[in-house]
Ligand binder design. Structure first.
Ligand SMILES: [Zn+2]
Length: 271
């Protein structure tokens, strides 16, 4: 088990397991505060968590339409956990990029993007609702200028505090949405792969024996609601269900692997 404070690799993919638990918890607290950008015409940088707030998604979509080519997005929404991980590495002298104090970074709002091709699209972005905020100091970074971007940072800190309390019934912390030293310390001491004792929606897929249950049934109904043909919503993940999942993924521009993970789940609005 690797703790957040022990990670030495730069990429935020190292905390993806814990991130997904936090994302799920945040969705319980503020449903649909973040939307997927996976179906847009983008290349995903390593470690990208492909979510942002809806006004940012819309502004990105408009810019992509004008650019008519894919853009490489290195970072969009970043959780307080991912930010804390980077911050701890910065403190240990392992990386030398600009890293904001966890809880304060713009990426945690879900209204910022780091774009690899920034030099080519700088003016195009600024004419489609984006600010080139830090100039040459952090050239990849753009912020959505829409005033409909909400500050979800206190809620995501609160979501972490709830998650921690669920996993640590004997070491409860205040659920106040404040990132004090105590909460930051809890983040540092959380397992990067996620808490093994916290119930979390399972990945739905074709298995042997077949997966069964209410979660499968809800997913089947969501497929139908998305106008995907499926004869039986029988709460069993059978071959017909896999075909339907693949058809849905294809319709959203995802690679059709038939597995209902975080992105497919979110596009089906199952959070
Ligand atoms: Zn940035």
């Amino acid at each position: 088990m690797v703790l957040v404070k022990e990670i030495t690799a730069g990429s935020t993919i190292a905390v993806r397991g814990l991130d997904l638990q936090l994302f799920w918890q945040l969705n319980q607290l503020v449903p649909n505060s973040l939307v997927s950008i996976s179906d847009l015409n983008i290349n995903k940088g390593e470690g990208l968590f492909p979510y942002c707030q809806l006004p940012a998604r819309n502004a990105l979509e408009a810019a992509l339409r004008a650019y008519a080519k894919p853009l490489t997005i290195n970072s969009a929404y970043r959780s307080v956990i991912a930010q804390a991980m980077l911050y701890s590495q910065k403190q240990r002298g392992l990386i030398d990029n600009l890293v904001g104090y966890p809880g304060k970074s713009d990426h945690q709002k879900g209204g910022s993007l780091d774009i690899e091709e920034w030099a080519k699209v700088k003016s195009l972005m600024t004419s489609h609702g984006w600010r080139w905020t830090y100039g040459d100091k952090d050239p990849m970074h753009f912020d959505c200028t829409s005033n409909e971007i909400k500050d979800i940072r206190p809620n995501s800190i609160k979501a972490f505090q709830k998650l921690w309390n669920k996993a640590n019934p004997n070491k409860q912390i205040a659920e106040d949405g404040d990132l004090g030293e105590k909460t930051l310390n809890c983040i540092y001491n959380s397992p990067a792969e996620g808490f093994s004792n916290v119930e979390y929606p399972r990945v739905l897929k074709l298995t042997s024996p077949l997966q069964q249950g209410k979660d499968v049934g809800e997913m089947q109904l969501a497929l139908r609601k998305a106008n995907i043909e499926l004869q039986q919503a029988n709460q069993v993940f059978d071959q017909a269900t896999e075909q339907a999942v693949k058809a849905f993924q294809q319709s959203k521009g995802l690679s059709p692997d038939g597995v209902v993970g975080e992105e497919t789940r979110s596009l089906l609005q199952l959070n």
